[in-house]
Design a protein around this ligand. Structure first.
Ligand code: ADP
Length: 442
């Protein structure tokens, strides 16, 4: 490198002084001869012609080398042409090395992308296919290099994909059925890549979805299967309770059996609700829901649960209706209200609000109960996650309530928000998107 730099400065030197020296050395003898014979203009003209002829020959050699000969070594140049030939030769060498380096990098990238277990496409900002790996052929039906330059939305014609691509909002992946095989489910991710290119990665998640479905079906089936024998057992326990002498030891044992079987029934019912909500993928978001009627029911349930121990305030906009699934919206709101009552001491206030806030139908429930410390909040919507197991059991909890809320809300493109201070109380709330606000019918 240092040597190359040094050669550079040599050329620099040459171009500035040597050129002038050579020019003078050429013209001085002609000037002398011209003066001697008193024919200076002619002598200078001859010198200029000869010099031009000499330069023209070198120019011709250079053009011939660049356009026709194309050999690696440059033609032999003399005088001021020598460093020019050498300089071009050096530049060509540099370019060749750079090209080889780029080709190596490109082939390494391609090998890496071929080794990926996902279909990979490199796209231009407009969606033209610039490169794809082999798996893209099996999963997306993209044939490389035949489809080079084709726009991706001409190949993936799913309306969902087209609107996903045009929205340019790629923070969330998109799930699609493969255009090659409808039984395959793909997870599509698009990432910014290079200057303005995009990298599209499609992963086959059919197996994951199948396993999820199997798990959901298993839970639903087990819950159903458990329900029948449990109802029979409950029936016998009730009969035994009636025959036992009130206050006797055996009557207390029957009461405990009844209580436990009731808890079990509760748990099974909740598991069934959760799996029903979870598996309801296509919910009708055009169905108008009378929220005022739902809150009437919730109020009655809440009063029964509280048994007059809490001050319940319902601040409900009775005219605010939404589009959605009635059962799921009822479940979400009821669970949050019941939790507020169950985790608040007697005498405290629980406030339920349903109103339009900044154009969004918003539900909130505030309590001044025991509150939750910050480290538990992100995990509350996990199934069976409870801050205090014993406490939850005593209040009749199953650990499934907030998981139900989370799934019900996700079907309505909404999310549960939680703010809580340990020992002071909590606020659970959610906003439904403006698109689900159902304007009052005339
Ligand atoms: P559970 O059936 O146990 O109430 P949930 O899923 O409804 O299950 O709630 C999970 C946990 O979140 C509860 O065990 C409880 O610790 C906590 N929690 C929920 N709501 C409240 C609330 N309003 N105040 C305090 N803690 C709460």
């Amino acid at each position: 490198m240092a040597i190359l730099k040094c050669v550079d400065c040599m050329f620099e030197e040459y171009s500035k002084t040597q050129l002038v020296v050579r020019l003078l050395l050429w013209f001085v003898p002609f000037t002398a001869v011209g003066l001697y014979f008193e024919q200076l203009p002619w002598a200078l003209l001859v010198a200029t012609w000869l010099l031009m002829f000499w330069h023209y020959r070198h120019l011709n050699r250079l053009a011939n080398w660049l356009w026709h000969d194309r050999s690696l070594t440059p033609p032999h140049g003399s005088g001021s042409w020598e460093p020019i030939f050498n300089g071009i030769y050096r530049l060509q060498g540099k370019n060749r090395r750079r090209r080889a380096q780029l080709a190596r990098m490109l082939s390494r990238f391609r090998e890496g992308a071929e080794a990926l277990p996902d279909a990979t496409l490199v796209l231009s900002a407009e969606g033209e296919i610039q490169w794809s790996n082999k798996l893209a052929q099996h999963l997306l039906g993209v044939h490389w290099p035949k489809d080079s330059g084709n726009r991706i939305h001409n190949l993936l014609r799913h309306p969902q994909f087209i609107s996903y691509w045009h929205k340019r909002e790629f923070s969330e992946p998109l799930e699609l059925h493969s255009p090659v095989n409808d039984a395959r489910i793909l997870e599509i991710r698009v990432m910014a890549y290079g200057d303005s290119q995009r990298l599209l990665i499609a992963r086959d998640i059919t197996r994951v979805r199948q396993l999820e479905e199997m798990r959901r079906d298993f839970v639903a089936n087990v819950s159903h299967e458990l329900k029948t024998p449990l109802t029979v057992l409950q029936g016998y326990v009730e009969i035994m309770q009636m025959t036992a002498e009130p206050g006797s030891m055996i009557a207390k044992q029957y009461d405990a059996m009844d209580e436990q079987s009731q808890r079990m029934k509760n748990l099974i019912d909740r598991l069934l609700v959760l799996s029903r909500i979870e598996s309801a993928t296509d919910i009708d978001l055009k169905h108008r829901v009378d929220m005022a009627e739902i809150f009437q029911r919730i109020r009655l349930e809440a009063e029964e649960l509280s048994a007059g121990q809490h001050q319940l305030r319902f601040d409900i906009d009775a005219h605010l209706q939404v589009f959605g699934d009635e059962m799921q919206l009822h479940s979400a709101c009821a669970n949050l209200v019941q939790n507020a009552i169950r985790y608040s001491q007697a005498g405290t206030e629980v406030t339920v609000r349903w109103a339009l806030v900044h154009g969004k139908p918003t539900f909130s429930v505030d309590d001044s109960g025991e509150g939750i410390s910050a480290e538990h909040i992100p995990r509350l919507t996990e199934r069976f996650y409870r801050v205090d197991r014993a406490r939850s059991r005593n209040t009749g909890g199953s650990g499934l309530g907030l998981a139900i809320v989370k799934h019900a809300l996700s079907h309505h493109n909404s999310q549960l928000q939680i703010r809580s201070v340990l020992g002071q109380g909590s606020r659970f709330w959610f906003e439904l998107p403006t698109s689900l606000h159902a304007p009052q019918s005339a």
